[in-house]
Design a protein around this ligand. Structure first.
Ligand SMILES: Cc1cc2nc3c(=O)[nH]c(=O)nc-3n(C[C@H](O)[C@H](O)[C@H](O)COP(=O)(O)OP(=O)(O)OC[C@H]3O[C@@H](n4cnc5c(N)ncnc54)[C@H](O)[C@@H]3O)c2cc1C
Length: 400
């Protein structure tokens, strides 16, 4: 019996697999469980999302983050004031995987192609195996989507990577390497601000370079959230409530509106608990924009345009670009050229129909690549609650 293939073993792949298995479908799941969290986020990081918004959705009871805390014998993380260490979240994901996705295969999918005649897909793995799947779910998350703007990725930057003059924040786990060094972090989102605070705590001298004025800001603590607005996983606001619990109509919004909301809703803002660790410990340099990046004696030099219209050169031992992730399915090189040709896309993202199916029947996308169709909630773990049951239901009906 041909299985369903789930490509990815982060929160979305694991949650989708749990739902498909609960429907009795044969499933093969591929990937390195929780690797984005384990290797591509800083050691010592704390989650910005609250415990209520940090469980992997599944139909089997007893698998929430709080259930994991009970099973592991650690303090229950449940209220909005409980902050989740990344190490706890990784352990939770791995526990979820062992319990609900036991047959996970730690191999990479190197190609997905339409199977001839059968309506399914042919997959090749880096183990050398090839097999046919009735349907494929792409849940490859952040992998390959780190975005480095041209002014930081200029040819003068040379090779990228943690040891090069400029790197993307995705390439870092151990910020202790910057102890005693001067570091520039470009960006003003949670990832930039927390990376800066952690590096400063590790003994680096850190400057955050932020575009625009007043961009470095922190959210209100839970006890200061407005009471008269509905609760959502992201705080109290009507817009967040609608986007979190009623994401179905999102894909009917006009194209520019959908892309704008994905970028802007829940945009750059530090977590409420980060303020005290950041202010006074990290310098902030507000600029109109970064013009270009050069390298002098192996060290990066950022050319910036100040708000006064002057050009300045900022130097450091290293620059980390915390400049986010951009979905571009052309970067998903495991999808064959034929699939790329036949997929309907908008601004590099797949156009999805009901149940997260792409324009190619049997090929589904979930997580970040689904955000332009189902909204900003898909950028976060709590989006599994919305996506996974819908995707599994659609897939079971069409291919069960
Ligand atoms: C610094 C940072 C902090 C964040 N903090 C939060 C937070 O506090 N709360 C929150 O809700 N969200 C947070 N996010 C967003 C969060 O990372 C995503 O919501 C979540 O990881 C998406 O899960 P995913 O399963 O889609 O992808 P990922 O977690 O990125 O997992 C991708 C999976 O795909 C696999 N894979 C990739 N390519 C292949 C292939 N060819 N073959 C087989 N497997 C493959 C990988 O091995 C991996 O298992 C944060 C993101 C960042 C960058």
């Amino acid at each position: 019996m041909r299985p369903v293939a789930v490509v990815g073993a982060g929160p979305y792949g694991l949650s989708t697999a749990a739902h498909l298995r609960a429907r009795g479908l044969p499933v093969r799941v591929f990937g390195d469980p929780m690797v984005s969290w384990r290797d591509h986020m800083p050691e010592g990081m704390l989650l910005k999302s609250t415990p209520a918004a940090s469980s992997l959705d599944c139909p089997q009871p007893g698998h929430t983050l709080a259930d994991y805390c009970d099973a592991a014998g650690i303090r229950r993380l449940v209220t909005d004031e409980d902050i989740i260490p990344v190490e706890t979240f990784i352990a939770y994901g791995q526990w979820f995987q062992r319990k609900l996705v036991p047959g996970l295969e730690r191999v990479r999918v190197v190609s997905v192609e339409r199977a001839r005649g059968s309506g399914g897909f042919e997959l090749k793995l880096d183990s050398g195996e090839a097999f046919e799947a009735r349907a494929v779910v792409v849940a490859t998350g952040l992998s390959g989507l780190a975005h480095l703007p041209p002014e930081l990725a200029g040819p003068a930057s040379g090779a990228l990577g943690p040891a090069a003059p400029v790197s993307h924040v995705y390439e870092h786990h151990d910020l202790g390497r910057f102890s005693g060094k001067e570091l520039i972090v470009v960006g003003a989102g949670q990832s930039a601000l927390e990376t800066a605070a952690l590096a400063a705590e590790a003994g680096a001298q850190v400057r955050v370079v932020s575009r625009g004025r007043g961009r470095v800001a922190f959210g209100a603590p839970p006890w200061e959230q407005p009471r008269l607005r509905p609760e959502s996983p992201f705080g109290r606001a009507w817009s967040l409530w609608a986007l979190s619990y009623h994401a179905d109509p999102y894909r009917f919004l006009p194209d520019p509106v959908r892309h704008h909301l994905v970028r802007r809703v829940l945009g750059p803002l530090g977590a409420w608990w980060l303020r005290d660790r950041f202010e006074g410990k990290v310098q902030v340099k507000e600029v109109q924009r970064v013009v270009s990046t050069d390298v002098s004696d192996g060290a990066p030099v950022l050319k910036v345009l100040t708000h006064g219209g002057r050009t300045e050169h900022l130097t450091a031992d290293h620059v980390i670009a915390a400049t986010g992730y951009r979905v571009d399915i052309s970067a998903m090189d495991f999808l064959s050229p034929t699939l790329h040709t036949h997929l309907t896309t908008t601004r590099g993202t797949p156009c999805l129909g009901p149940g997260y199916v792409s324009s190619l029947p049997g090929l589904y996308f979930t997580g970040l690549p689904a955000a332009s169709s189902y909204g900003p909630v898909m950028r976060f773990v709590c989006g599994t609650q919305f996506a996974s049951p819908r995707l599994a239901k659609h897939l079971a009906a069409a291919h069960g």
